[in-house]
Design a protein around this ligand. Structure first.
Ligand SMILES: Cc1cc2nc3c(=O)[nH]c(=O)nc-3n(C[C@H](O)[C@H](O)[C@H](O)COP(=O)(O)OP(=O)(O)OC[C@H]3O[C@@H](n4cnc5c(N)ncnc54)[C@H](O)[C@@H]3O)c2cc1C
Length: 488
């Protein structure tokens, strides 16, 4: 294993070490391999150097040095992304926010918190619990993903159905731009005049700059919460129940579905109390004032009975509620019982098309000989077909990719889109052409160039770029090599 610093990087490593300290500049292969993948499993690429700065000024110094050397720059939070966003597809310098994980200030009167980007999502709500406040976006990865990563991906989560996705909760950011300059975009005053630049930054997947500080909205903890598990013997009834709940004006805090094989897999692993033989279960949570909860309970009971739910269980206490949620939140890991590798999709459809697309996923799974489990945010129409396989099987990556392309294309044809929350990254970059014309994509490139004229920030992501970024297949070759037993 070569453990010598490549001569062409010696000066760069020296300058970075002078800026942030030698121990926070990583360049040895065994250090770099930790940063060559994210949660998306299929795309891999090794960075040339990783830096772990502690402050905005240190991030700015690293960006300046890397940009002067003409290196691509990729921000990385928890590395839980599911579209290859933090995978350094063109190599370069990865800037990890791992040391920037502090809550800087809580303002209980304005119900806001100022935080560093590397703060783990759940750590914020735990920190603000004494004020009876919480950060509402709750991706299922919340024990590992960072607020910076959540903002970059504009993440959602079960409770975003009622409270809105991350963009509704970010009020200001400090951003290090591609030339190392530092800027602040502040929308804390309502209805800030001019263009909504904050709206552009949230969801930009690290392509416009590196977020080094955020002011986020905190929500009051609700007066009451009630969680139901509705059990169905057929898929159509469960899907119709989802549509009917929203149509009747009930906006649950969360409305999640597990269907088919996924229910048993989760139950066998997490023991959340889900029935092994059901075709679909809905996890329905309502919250608010006690009177509101009582009224909505009556509506939900009525709708579930109308669509012939086999059973409607109610969590009797916080322990039972947590148990029901442990099934949903631990679902992805639980599915590893079926196969060691996965590829999870993120299509969105109008709720009325849920059954149609779920049926299609079953058919595609059969045809492409790949397991597909659906555990998803039904209330938002945000499907997460989870394709499970063993990458050592010849041809399986191609079949899995073909299966997910067919499902995503069907979502688009049904009036939906290719990502509800996981972002575009490398994985769905080329599918942007299904949704946008060449003129649209040109306008997006122009907008990106306003922030980063040389294209150093997270290149090869989000917008189809053409030849300079090579082929996505080269990143997939990394996953294949790993499957074949390649090490460092
Ligand atoms: C088990 C599991 C469950 C998940 N459930 C959900 C879910 O319910 N909802 C959901 O939306 N997602 C979910 N995800 C996907 C993922 O967790 C989210 O996209 C999350 O927001 C990524 O955060 P991260 O800190 O891990 O970011 P990373 O993966 O490190 O990075 C993601 C992107 O953000 C950019 N980035 C990171 N930090 C910064 C920064 N400071 N400034 C600029 N750009 C930055 C990176 O360059 C990259 O493009 C899940 C993932 C897993 C593994």
């Amino acid at each position: 294993m070569p453990n010598q610093l490549a001569p062409e990087y010696a000066q760069l490593v020296h300058d970075l070490a002078a800026a942030i300290g030698t121990r926070y500049v990583l360049w040895r292969p065994e250090e770099l391999m930790m940063y060559e993948y994210d949660g998306s499993a299929l795309d891999m690429a090794r960075p040339d150097i990783v830096v772990v700065p502690a402050t905005t000024a240190e991030v700015a110094a690293c960006v300046r040095i890397a940009a002067t050397a003409g290196m691509p720059i990729v921000a990385r939070g928890g590395g839980t992304g599911l579209s290859g966003g933090s995978v350094p597809a063109a190599g370069g310098v990865v800037i990890s926010t791992g040391r920037m994980s502090k809550v800087l200030h809580v303002d209980e009167v304005s119900r806001t918190a100022r935080v560093q980007p590397g703060l783990i999502n759940t750590d914020l709500s735990e920190f603000t619990a004494p004020w009876n406040l919480h950060f509402a976006p709750d991706p299922s990865s919340q024990k590992a993903s960072t607020i910076g990563g959540n903002a970059a991906e504009n993440s959602g989560g079960p409770h975003c159905l009622k409270y809105g996705i991350t963009t509704s909760h970010v009020l200001a950011v400090t951003l290090v731009l591609a030339d190392g300059s530092i800027t602040t975009i502040d929308n804390t005053a309502p209805d800030a005049p001019g263009y909504d630049l904050l709206g552009v930054i949230v969801g930009s997947e690290g392509t416009l700059g590196i977020v080094t500080e955020l002011t986020v909205r905190l929500m009051p903890n609700p007066e009451g919460v009630k969680t139901f598990l509705a059990i169905f013997d057929d898929l159509d009834s469960a899907s119709d129940t989802v549509s009917a709940i929203i149509a009747q004006g009930v906006i649950p805090a969360a409305l999640e579905m597990l269907e088919g094989q996924g229910i048993a897999l989760v139950e066998q692993s997490v023991h959340a109390g889900y029935p092994l033989d059901a075709q679909a279960v809905l996890l329905i949570e309502i919250d608010g004032m006690h009177e509101e909860i009582a009224a909505q309970t009556a509506q939900i009971e009525h709708i579930c009975a109308h669509f012939e739910a086999r059973e409607l269980r109610v969590a009797q206490d916080e322990e039972q509620r947590k148990k029901l949620w442990s099934g949903r939140k631990g679902a992805l890991a639980a599915c590893a019982r079926l196969a060691p590798h996965y590829h999870i999709q993120d299509g969105v459809v109008p709720r009325s098309k849920l059954t149609e697309i779920l049926r299609l996923t079953r058919e595609v799974a059969k045809r492409q000989r790949v397991h597909i489990v659906n555990i998803f945010h039904a209330g938002d129409g945000n499907l997460h077909p989870l394709l499970l396989f063993d990458i050592r099987e010849e041809g399986i990556i191609e079949r899995a990719v073909a299966a997910s392309e067919e499902i995503l294309m069907a979502c688009v044809k049904a009036g939906g889109t290719i990502s509800g929350e996981h972002g575009i990254g490398i994985e769905k970059r080329d599918y942007m052409k299904w949704l946008f014309s060449e003129d649209d994509l040109w306008a997006m490139r122009q907008m990106r160039a306003c922030f980063d004229s040389r294209g150093v920030m997270n290149p090869c992501k989000l917008i189809p770029t053409g030849a300079s970024c090579g082929d996505i297949k080269s990143a997939r070759a990394g996953a294949k090599a790993l499957a074949a037993g390649a090490w460092i």
